[in-house]
Design a protein around this ligand. Structure first.
Ligand code: NAP
Length: 490
């Protein structure tokens, strides 16, 4: 059962001086604190800080506003610590016990590992060795992606974590699961009978999931060059979007019931076969080109810290099938890439045409019914329909019915950021929007099979500022479809 009470908690912020902590985690904690959550924070990293200089650092990371700011900052403490040195953890035990008593935190502990993944295992081991995980309250571990770099390394990491934490205590973050419109997919599907009754192979022609970026690799070059688009985006974010779109309704809205249905989808994805790989997947890298705003962009090899012979993919498109009753024969097309023409994450559901539709032959302007779920930067829904144009001629024209959160976001109301939702969920013990081990494992099995199968296919190329290579369009043309252009909501 999900606990709904706001229990006082001691938060251990590993990687306290890092980019993620400053950009996302401190602002998120501030919002959560203002909503009445009781906690204290111990910041941990190698750099030297006093409690005061750490509080100033956290202060600089917060948005404008004075509401309870000083009392929030006073709850932050700092201890220099090297993850690899167990004796540092013994000192940490003393200060944690003191803070626990001072704020009456009842032994509840949240360990946030905002660290490079190579430190996850050793951090858990050292926490246990120092007795920090033996506590009178609950303990929870939050870890950032990536969770391993293939199934084997993920299994090893999971094994190390399970020596210290139970599966139910491990919260694996995929920040996409905290996004407003990703959380809305379930509501859209399961609270609207008009959609649920047509959400299957009888009515849906195909599903298109796009996660496109205009940016290049920036200062993540060395990480990205070892990772590539498949592991950086498909194994986690795109698989989450796909499972939420395709899953069966859970019998109850409990975390385990929902996650169970998502796992069933992952299990049903048809494995890649090396024979037909060119009909299933495209991997490509950008070369120089011109972005839509006229900016000239060099190729991937021109980026700082990228080897001139790197064959890392910056674009992946795939044609997947889910072999279950609901989705039999329906292609799910996915694509993601860098230096593409537009920044957008969206899901397009294309509905089947009416059989022998006289309108198709009489009028040219008819288009298929599309439901577009805009995830970012726009947040909302568009439903594309065909209606008779006003007037005597009575031609049919496509129109879009839009529901947009954009205006709400621009207004004064505070819409929680993904990290705020997820931290808040973890403090309440709600694991729905975190990935369970079997989800991670099935997702790695699929990406491992892709990596094994595509070794022999040549890397394709696309110009920066386009929507990827022509081979990506050919994947859909095999089934008589095309990618729908990304649209901005008005
Ligand atoms: P970062 O800016 O490089 O920060 C890393 C942190 O780890 C620093 O606070 C660093 O502090 C600390 N650290 C490094 N070695 C240490 C050691 N031996 N002992 C103790 N602390 C050590 O990285 P980040 O961007 O914040 O990312 C953190 C995690 O979040 C990574 O797993 C990343 O993949 C994930 N992530 C980040 C983002 C993002 O937007 N930044 C987004 C999604 C996921 P000292 O140098 O002071 O020790």
């Amino acid at each position: 059962m999900v606990e709904t009470t706001k229990e006082p908690t001691l938060i251990f912020m590993f990687g306290a001086t890092g980019d993620l902590a400053s950009r996302k985690l401190y602002p998120a904690l501030y919002e959560i604190y203002k909503k009445g959550n009781e906690f204290a924070v111990i910041g941990l990293a190698r750099r030297q800080h006093t409690h005061e200089s750490y509080r100033s650092m956290v202060d600089r990371a917060l948005p404008q506003g004075a509401d309870r700011r000083k009392e929030f900052l006073d709850r932050f403490y700092y201890q220099p610590l090297d993850i690899t040195e167990p004796e540092n953890f013994a000192r940490l035990k003393n200060i944690s016990d003191q803070i626990d008593t001072q704020y009456q935190l009842n032994g509840n502990r949240m360990f946030y590992l905002s660290l490079a993944p190579r430190f996850f295992g050793v951090a858990a081991r050292n926490l246990k060795k120092a007795g920090l995980t033996e506590t009178s309250g609950w303990k929870r571990l939050i870890i950032e992606k990536p969770f391993g770099h293939n199934l084997e390394s993920a299994e090893k990491l999971n094994h190390d974590l399970l020596e210290v934490f139970d599966e139910a205590e491990i919260y694996r973050i995929d920040h996409y699961l905290g996004k407003e419109m990703v959380q809305n997919i379930e509501a859209l599907r399961f609270a609207n009978p008009i959609f649920e009754s047509v959400w299957n192979h009888r009515s849906i022609a195909n599903v298109q999931i796009t996660l496109s970026e205009t940016l290049g690799v920036g200062d993540r070059a060395s990480y990205y060059d070892q990772t590539g688009a498949l592991l950086d985006m498909v194994q986690n974010h795109i698989m989450q979007l796909l499972t939420l779109t395709a899953m069966e309704p859970p019998s109850r809205f409990e975390p385990e019931d929902i996650r169970q249905e998502k796992v069933k989808v992952l299990k049903s994805i048809r494995p890649m076969s090396s024979d037909a790989i060119t009909n299933q997947i495209v991997r490509a890298q950008y070369k120089q080109g011109v972005m839509p705003d006229g900016t000239r962009i060099g190729g991937y090899h021109d980026e700082n810290n990228i080897d001139s012979d790197s064959d890392t993919e910056t674009f992946v498109a795939a044609r997947l099938f889910i072999d279950n009753y609901r989705w039999t024969g329906v292609p799910f097309y996915i694509r993601t890439g860098k230096r593409l023409a537009a920044k957008s994450t969206e899901i397009v559901i294309q509905f089947k045409d009416i059989p022998n539709n006289p309108y198709l032959y009489e009028f040219n302007h008819i288009g298929p019914n599309l439901l577009v779920i805009h995830i970012q930067p726009d947040e909302g829904l568009s439903l594309k329909l065909n209606v008779k144009e006003f007037g005597e001629e009575g031609e049919t024209v496509p129109i879009a019915m839009n529901f947009s959160n954009n205006v709400k976001r621009q207004a004064d109301t505070h819409t929680p950021d993904a990290y705020e939702r997820l931290l808040s969920d973890c403090l309440r013990g709600d694991s729905t929007n975190f990935t369970r081990w079997d989800e991670v494992a099935f997702s790695w099995s699929l990406t491992d099979s892709i990596v094994a199968a595509w070794k022999d296919i040549p890397l394709d190329y696309y110009e920066a500022g386009t929507m990827g290579p022509a081979s990506s369009d050919r994947l859909l043309a095999l089934d008589g479809f095309c990618w729908w252009p990304l649209t901005r909501m008005e």
